[in-house]
Design a protein around this ligand. Structure first.
Ligand SMILES: [Zn+2]
Length: 238
């Protein structure tokens, strides 16, 4: 027996499908993976921040040393060109310049030793930073992959949902407007369920068995009579 309410079951089928698709869209496993990845990246960045800071301060010291070494080179060069220019002829003065070069070279060598020490200190830090950077690049690639997967899944869901929405709109045009309005009002108060079939004498919304006597009464009603579940108020369709 087909009642005027059976169209509501079809409407409900589309609405349930759209609701399930919405739920799936906002609970994609990739979303969870992306959140876990963000947590992982955040903790890795926090862990390596002190190492990066130490490495940066070593870099500043190394550059300062390099600049001092360069200044000494310039000085050595200047003294040497003065010595070989022939303008200084006094042996005492030349000797003084020689001694000057020796002392500057000694200072230069000390600075270079300091620089080597800093390079030694930087090595283990560089190893930690390189390993962290490798992991961060991998994480960025994984995030891109997940972003693409989310987009693909959402696009696929949207296509299916749009199909239901179009079919639903076509269906609504064929249904009695007050009946659809009642369905909508019921659905909004009943967790998205507006109309269900009675199956095995049970309301398929609240799953409560309808008393045999009530079921008999319902069965004898004209097909266009509105029947609602006494428990959950859903529209019952026979
Ligand atoms: Zn019910």
């Amino acid at each position: 027996m087909v009642s005027i309410f059976s169209g509501l079951i079809e409407l409900q089928r589309h609405d349930t499908a759209v609701a399930q698709l919405h739920h799936r869209r906002s609970h994609l496993p990739e979303h969870e993976a992306l959140m876990a990845l963000a947590v992982e990246v955040g903790s890795l960045e926090r862990q390596t921040a002190p190492t990066r800071a130490s490495r940066a301060s070593l870099q500043v010291k190394m550059e300062a040393l390099e600049s001092s070494v360069h200044d000494l080179d310039v000085k050595i060069e200047a003294v040497q060109s003065m010595m070989f220019s022939g303008t200084v002829t006094s042996p005492r003065e030349l000797q003084g310049m020689e001694a000057d070069i020796v002392s500057v070279k000694k200072r230069r060598s000390e600075l270079e030793d300091n620089e080597l020490e800093l390079i030694d200190q930087a090595e283990p830090l560089d190893a930690i930073i390189t390993a962290a950077d490798t992991k961060l690049v991998e994480a960025a690639n994984e995030r891109d992959r997940l972003d693409r997967a989310v987009l693909a899944a959402q696009t696929e869901i949207d296509v299916v949902a749009s199909g239901h929405i179009v079919q639903r709109a076509d269906l609504v045009r064929t249904l009695d407007a007050p009946t659809v309005a009642l369905y909508e009002a019921t659905r909004s108060k009943n967790r998205g369920v507006g109309a269900v079939l009675i199956e095995h004498g049970t309301c398929m919304s609240c799953k409560i068995k309808i008393a045999a006597i009530e079921l008999d009464r319902i069965r004898q009603l004209p097909v266009d009579t509105l029947v609602r579940c006494e428990e959950c108020s859903v529209i019952l369709v026979r």
